[in-house]
Design a protein. Structure first.
Length: 92
């Protein structure tokens, strides 16, 4: 009986090692696929952000008062959302 349990444990250990190996191969493959999918899109987004930031800087140079008001408003909205999320988390 002890011999049967020992052989079962050995067999299960081998199966676990095989499963671990298969999962590692799958994770590596998935990471490679994700990288090849995301890299071109990240470059495209970076280019769009560069163009957008140039346009925004031009608008700020032409209208500094309006830009300051928009920035203060965005900060106030962000602070309000942060406060609401904080109070909601405190209740839980």
């Amino acid at each position: 009986m002890a011999r049967d349990i020992s052989s079962d444990i050995d067999r299960l250990s081998d199966q676990l090692a095989d499963l671990r190996s298969a999962l590692m191969k799958q994770a590596s493959s998935s990471a490679s696929e994700a990288s090849s999918y995301l890299a071109p899109r990240a470059r495209q987004v970076a280019r769009q952000l560069q163009h957008g930031s140039h346009d925004i800087s031009e608008v700020v140079r032409r209208n500094p008062g309006t830009a300051t008001g928009a920035l203060v408003g965005a900060l106030a909205i962000g602070a309000a959302i942060g406060f609401l999320l904080y109070t909601a988390a405190e209740r839980d």
